[in-house]
Design a protein around this ligand. Sequence first.
Ligand code: IYR
Length: 222
Amino acid sequence: MAKADGFIPLDYLSKDEPAMVEAAQAFYQHMAKRRSVRDFSDQPIPRSVLENAILAAGSAPSGANMQPWHFAVVQDPVTKKKIRQAAEIEERELYENRASDEWLDALSPLGTDANKPFLETAPALIAIFLKKVTIDEQGVKHKNYYTTESVGIATGMLITALHQAGLGTLTHTPSPMKFLTEILERPSHERPFLLLVVGYPEEGAMVPDIQRLPLDKISTFL
Ligand code: IYR
């Protein structure tokens, strides 16, 4: 089929149907083992794993292909400590004042509190920033589209890539997260979206005994 300039053939990896069925089943089984980890080992992780996971996240679809994300990787202990201190100030405020009783009740099965030692223990924190606009090399601003959807998808792919590599993650959302802009010296047109804690789970790590909803509760087939 003739196409306009600027198009290339799709590099499509085909699978026959049995292989597809098997792959989907195996991938689900693998993803079902992903859990949010809060007990991290301080064992270092290879930089290339972080780099490839971020490249995988950066392959996410985005509104008008604007790729409205930035991933700031923090491994330096001094910066991790600053992030922990700032996050715990917000978290103390949340647990003591901001959160409603309904919210605290919803959180109680997770056993969380305002203490976030994993922000220092885990070998890497990836702060994900959302760009409402992109400023190009000439300093010209370009509007981005569907930024929340785009960065949410990229974050999901980042979590998936790190799980696939054999690492544990925690999606951490201290609120507000403005301190990340300051500590990580990001430009003001980037909004902190989420803080991903990354590392090996600590030996004997425990997770809450919670269940995923079954297929018929999360889907309808019409
Ligand atoms: N940010 C707090 C509270 C918290 C909120 C939700 I919604 C969670 O799913 C888990 C925790 C904290 O990290 O403790």
